[in-house]
Ligand binder design. Structure first.
Ligand code: EPZ
Length: 427
């Protein structure tokens, strides 16, 4: 298994190109299941999760062809996905267990084929992550759903019908599933307390391009008019806001100065405000965002994760890594997932001072971190260890790099080009 080895102490300087968003690309690819016409997606990142989604869609009958994007082979891919005929309505355990986002095919298959069998994903490293809201929403649209042999078995013999559904809790995946189900349902669907993440807005724009009227884009109430069939469409994936925030924190950690090319400050407002409060400068440029910490120490700031537009849970571990070196203390509270602190014991092994109390972690800044052999079981936790390694004395080896490869395109190349001493050890 590959590992990443980092020798800490180098400042990051230069530029990093931000890839297309993983979490926007996955539902956008699933949207291809809704139509027998082609969907062309530009700026799809080259990541293991994208490959897994391609495999899942192919076994449902989607033809997928990939070409290098406008920027040549190095940056992003254009995918053409065409689901002329659905050959299987089953999403098998073998694929779903590798990637929870597979459950997104449920709504699209059910609305198009009137049936779907999707393996239940089970728990994962960051929490139990149930799918009850996906099920309740689809039932409100007329689906019958049972659990059999570890599979969700869904049927809608007369087709799904539009409904009004209020999410009892904000869920990104359930909102996406219901938006896609609504696209081919009879009548109008109104989703209240819908997630407002930029990835949801990107899916809404793509559905509109496919010929589905969607109202209330960017708000907590989405209104979707079902249509009998969708058109062909072309769509460009938004830049990855979590990758943008991650590199901003890496730059801050090394007191560096880097332009995040293609990054969008408007997608990371809350994280940017938090970083500024910690003493980091983030400014828009013609090509993206410039991040600098050229003078002064980092200050401890409190953070609470919340659904968008709040501070993203997907940047919590990286922010904690940064706070381990701040002056003063930072209280980091995780409200989205119940057990997303697996990075804490690993950061502690590098000399961090962190105490967990229920859903909060008190981080007291330390004058230095020391490199160590570390690992994590979630991609954001893994990258937080790499960030800590950039500022640690000596070598840090991050094991289980396949987690990083799920969500960060060419991490070692991007950091290496800015001066980090980082290498991938094969095997
Ligand atoms: C998406 O997961 C992202 N994944 C996650 O990113 C991200 O952390 C999360 O949204 C929150 O922003 C993708 O987009 C592929 P949720 P999702 O449904 O949709 C509970 C990463 O690192 N819940 O918004 O699965 C759930 O347990 C990943 O890239 C229910 O209770 O998240 C959680 O506590 C990790 N019942 C909360 O809601 C349900 O039916 C939010 O989950 C669904 C969710």
């Amino acid at each position: 298994m590959d590992r990443i080895r980092i020798k800490g102490g180098r400042q990051l300087k230069g530029e990093i190109r931000i890839s297309g968003s993983k979490n926007a690309s996955l539902p956008l690819m699933v949207a291809a299941l809704l139509s027998d016409k082609p969907l062309t997606l530009h700026n799809v990142p080259r990541l293991a999760d994208i490959t897994t989604m391609i495999q899942l869609l192919q076994q449902h009958g989607v033809e997928v062809s990939a070409a290098a994007g406008e920027n040549g082979h190095a940056h992003g891919t254009t995918l053409v996905l065409r689901a002329e005929k659905i050959v299987s309505t089953t999403a098998p355990y073998d694929i779903v267990r590798k990637m929870r986002a597979s459950v997104l095919v449920l709504g699209a298959l059910l609305t198009r084929e009137r049936e779907a069998r999707v393996s239940l994903p089970g728990g994962c490293a960051i929490g139990a992550r149930p799918v009850d809201l996906h099920i309740a929403g689809l039932k409100a649209m007329g689906a019958e759903i049972d659990i059999d042999g570890g599979y969700l078995v869904a049927k809608a013999p007369g087709g799904l019908r539009g409904a009004r559904y209020t999410f009892p809790k904000v869920s990104v995946g359930a909102t996406e599933n219901l938006m896609m189900a609504a696209a081919l349902a009879k009548g109008t669907t109104v989703l209240d307390n819908a997630a407002r993440e930029p990835e949801i807005t990107d899916l809404a724009h793509c559905l509109i391009a496919l010929g589905v009227p969607v109202d209330g884009v960017g708000t907590e109430t989405l209104t979707i008019e079902g249509v009998p069939a969708l058109k062909a469409a072309e769509h460009s994936v938004i830049p990855d806001r979590i990758e943008t925030g991650t590199y901003a924190m890496a730059v801050a950690m090394t007191a560096g100065d880097v332009e995040l090319v293609g990054g969008r400050l408007d997608l990371i407002e809350t994280a940017a405000q938090t970083l500024r409060a910690a003493g980091v400068s983030l400014e828009p440029t013609a090509r993206g965002v410039r991040v600098q910490r050229t003078n002064g120490a980092l200050r401890g700031v409190d953070v609470m994760t919340e659904p968008y537009p709040g501070f993203p849970t997907d940047l919590q571990a990286q922010m904690m890594a940064l706070m381990t070196r701040a002056e003063g203390a930072a209280m980091i509270t995780e409200t989205v997932f119940e057990s997303r602190f697996m990075h804490v014991p690993e950061l502690s092994r590098m000399g961090a001072n962190v105490t967990i109390h229920h859903e909060s972690a008190l981080v007291r800044g330390v004058p230095k971190l020391r490199g160590a052999e570390v690992m994590a079981t979630d991609l954001r936790a893994s990258v937080s260890l790499a960030i800590a390694g950039l500022a640690a004395e000596g070598h840090t080896t991050v094991n289980r790099v396949y987690h990083l490869d799920r969500g960060y395109e060419r991490l070692e190349e991007k950091l290496g080009a800015c001066g980090a001493d980082i290498e991938r050890l094969k095997g």
